[in-house]
Design a protein around this ligand. Structure first.
Ligand SMILES: Nc1ncnc2c1ncn2[C@@H]1O[C@H](COP(=O)(O)OP(=O)(O)OP(=O)(O)O)[C@@H](O)[C@H]1O
Length: 601
């Protein structure tokens, strides 16, 4: 089965196979009956619509129960412009895409304030509002009577740029468009944008820690998803010729979710197959029309139980998130990890009088600390003493109640986390927060997100400049893989690897974000002796590069070999600052922490 899956995956990824398939369908189309051609066009529309869910839900992890709204905006926009105002279809469809994209972008703002079930409710509300507006706005939409007579292939009234377009031509046109869109979506998935979408799906905080802004990334996901759904709706309008509000009600939002989920979120080919399945079956099994939603429910439940990754997961290998062309190019390059050395030397970070409260609890009380380039400072203390909270304040996750964080002469207190990371202050987490189904290499490349400066358009079109930039960063990823001893597992999904390997990968990812200051939150927790040695070497390498390093850990022997200075916290207060030997003899530290440590040893 695995061999078959690999073969199938290789075939669908091969542009020659794709081109041959599209050509064969184009040539076979004249042999099909008008009815079949229309259903085939519905399949293509559904496939594009499913891609809009794929981007938003599959990649960016944002659930939507109101996508029929975007679909409807696209359909009515072009329907009204072309029918009532005499616009050309090309212009009508373009405006539809823009309007639906703009609506998606606007919706992202309230959507960004809620998550999970509340997000589902909010998007459901959006769909319902759209439905009601269409029903009530008689003059514009025809209300419940609908909008008949939209120039369409079905009514034989469609002409595009003055050329008459019948059902056959329309199918051929939409087929080429769909193929193009699938290519663009795949390029996007295998670019910095697709990877950023996944990063915010897994953890917005982790994404922020390497400079990926969750808010802006979601705005883009909503706008692109809205635009794609709008395009699907516009193509639907010129296929059927009649628009009525019931075509854009909740069942359509559910239908597209079912298609996308059963196809396999993230799998483009799986979703095309699913679109075909769910469009052909109801047409062919008209007798079951009234049972359609029961059938959907059963198929969805069955599919989630038996095929959690959908049809795509059954037939194809999991998708990958780096363009093969960029990988091939990177293989010819060689980069040195020394290139990660901060330009113009390191920069000191000063935290002054940091206080952080949670309700009545003072988690950090008036702590001041200076992290110097090329120095390792350990931050230790009993559980709950405020170490992680301090790191969260420094890296912009929390705004402190009092105090200031200065970096390179600038006040960075309270800046959003992604801006702190972009400035060069990068951290890792106590629980490694990597993208589970990304390979080690893909996770590390995510760290270099901010270094990839090419535009979203260049990424989506996979322009040579974008590929060259990715290849250059991939060469650096190779250097960091070697430095962290991860080369052998570079192409393994991270969730198949042991805990220690994940920790190393997270440190490697942080390094690729070009830190000047790196804050490592218990990087040695759960590591074997050998893994700890490797980690220690990596930390020494970072010190040699001139990074300022803060290291939280409980292993005194591990720290003793590495650090230049130790800071001890107890109940949020700094109780010691100095060298390790001094700390070991300090009565207050022994009473608060080391006695406790010894008891656990
Ligand atoms: N988001 C939060 N809301 C409320 N209290 C919090 C929050 N985060 C941390 N705390 C509390 O603040 C105190 C400091 O916690 P923190 O996680 O910073 O300690 P720590 O030294 O990192 O501990 P550990 O070694 O267990 O990671 C604890 O009492 C903790 O319960």
């Amino acid at each position: 089965m695995n061999a078959l899956r690999s073969r199938l995956s290789a075939a669908v990824a091969d542009w020659r196979v794709q081109a041959a398939l599209v050509l064969a369908l184009l040539l076979a189309a004249p042999l099909l009956s008008p009815g079949t051609l229309q259903i085939a066009s519905f399949v293509l529309v559904a496939a594009i619509f499913a891609q809009s869910i794929n981007l938003l839900t599959g990649l960016a992890g944002q659930i939507s129960l109101g996508h029929a709204g975007f679909f409807g905006i696209g359909a009515y926009c072009t329907g009204i412009l072309v029918k009532t105002h005499g616009f050309d279809v090309t212009l009508g469809v373009s405006m539809a895409v823009l309007l639906a994209g703009l609506t998606g972008w606007l919706l992202s703002f309230p959507a960004n304030r809620v998550r999970d079930v509340y997000l589902a409710m909010m998007t459901l509300g959006f769909g319902m509002v759209f439905f009601e507006v269409v029903r009530e706005w008689n003059e514009l939409t025809g209300g419940t009577m609908g909008l008949p007579g939209v120039p369409s292939a079905a009514l034989r009234t469609l002409s595009i740029l003055g050329v008459k377009v019948d059902g056959l031509r329309y199918f051929q046109l939409v087929l080429v468009l769909t193929a193009g869109i699938m290519l663009l979506v795949r390029n996007l998935t295998q670019s910095r944008i697709g990877r950023a979408f996944y990063a915010i799906q897994v953890s917005e905080v982790a994404a922020g820690s390497i400079g990926i802004p969750a808010g802006r990334t979601k705005q883009l996901a909503y706008a692109l998803s809205g635009a794609l759904a709008g395009l699907a709706g516009a193509l639907y309008a010129h296929l059927v010729g009649y628009l009525g509000p019931e075509s854009f009600a909740l069942p359509r939002s559910i239908e597209v979710l079912v298609i996308a989920i059963v196809g396999g979120l993230g799998s483009i080919a799986g979703q095309v197959l699913s679109a075909a399945l769910f469009t052909f079956l109801p047409e062919r099994l008209q007798v079951f029309a009234e049972w359609q939603f029961i059938a959907y429910g059963l198929i969805l439940t069955f599919s989630l139980l038996v095929l959690p990754r959908g049809i795509g997961g059954l037939l194809f290998n999991p998708p990958r998130f780096i363009k093969p062309r960029a990988l091939a190019r990177a293989a010819r390059l060689r980069a040195d990890a020394a290139a990660l050395r901060p330009d113009g030397g390191g920069t000191a970070l000063e935290a002054e009088g940091i206080t952080m409260r949670f309700g009545g609890l003072v988690a950090v009380a008036d702590v001041s600390l200076r992290l110097e380039p090329g120095r390792i400072t350990a931050l230790v203390g009993p559980n709950g003493s405020g170490k992680s909270t301090f790191v969260n304040v420094v890296t912009g996750i929390y705004r402190p109640a009092a105090g200031q964080v200065r970096f390179g002469g600038h006040d960075i207190t309270g800046l959003p986390d992604y801006q702190v990371a972009t400035a060069g202050v990068v951290r890792t987490f106590q629980d490694p927060r990597l993208v589970p189904h990304f390979t080690v290499r893909e996770n590390l490349l995510l760290g270099a997100h901010r270094q990839l400066r090419h535009s979203g358009l260049a990424a989506t079109l996979a322009l040579p400049g974008a590929i060259a930039e990715e290849a250059a960063q991939l060469a650096l990823v190779d250097a960091v893989l070697a430095l962290s001893d991860l080369t052998e597992v570079a192409d393994r999904p991270i969730d198949t690897l042991p805990y220690g390997t994940r920790r190393m990968a997270e440190v490697g990812r942080a390094l690729l974000a070009r830190p000047r200051v790196i804050l490592l939150d218990e990087p040695a927790a759960g590591l074997s002796e050998a893994e700890m040695d490797r980690l220690a070497q990596l930390i020494r390498d970072m010190k040699a590069m001139g990074l300022a390093i803060l290291l939280i850990d409980h292993h005194m022997d591990f720290l003793a070999e590495l650090v230049d200075e130790v800071v001890v916290l107890d109940s949020g207060r700094m109780i010691y600052r100095g060298d390790i030997a001094g700390m070991r003899g300090d009565a207050q530290v022994i009473a608060a922490y080391l006695g406790d440590e010894a008891a656990h040893a």
